[in-house]
Design a protein around this ligand. Sequence first.
Ligand code: GRF
Length: 224
Amino acid sequence: MGRLPNHEALSLTPHDMGGGYVAPRPASPSDPLRTAVLISGGGSGLAALLRHQSTNPRSHRTALVISESTEAAGLDHGRAAGIKTLGIPIPEGPSRRREHEKLIQRELEAEGIELVVLSGYMRILTPEFVSIWKGRLVNIHPSLLPDFPGAHAHRDALEAGVTVSGCTVHLVDEGVDSGYILEQRSVPVLRDDTEATLQERIKRVEHDLYPLALDRLSNGGYSF
Ligand code: GRF
């Protein structure tokens, strides 16, 4: 499903590969990747991931949850699981975007984070931040990319009149929802769907797909 040439899975090591992606080290349940989850809202995807990680030993473990708002409802999922959970508001002043990312980067480094998982994080990251994490920075988007990138995927899908939409797990690059595709799953669009009903149906699939994609990524199972 990826758009870049394939390499042997065994060649996945933490070095630079085509496209500028640097893969995470291959981890195992006894030595899991330390993962940070970035959220902006309700965090149902975070909750699903934490359930997945708590039901069986996985090769990834959430060590840090961050939102750009101290008010994000999803922060409660991190706190309830006993995970270090931070609301890091966007600072005032010039270069606020970069300054905000520097605050986040400081926390990621302090916690020894190895993989950054965007789960409903609504901010676009700068190329500077992406370049630090490229290959170890993943996102889930609620459409079948490259169709309907951006913040209004459900509205755009309904306006286009498609009968099938879905979700995509992808590595993050410097563009908007344009990185290397790891997994996709389709979801039917029903005739009487609203943005809310379509979003809920897609989220149910996301909650299965994202944890499985992270299992595979942290086990060194993708060739990119
Ligand atoms: C998900 O549909 C995700 O694909 C999109 O934002 C939504 C987040 O939902 N990027 P939640 O905050 O995890 O409930």
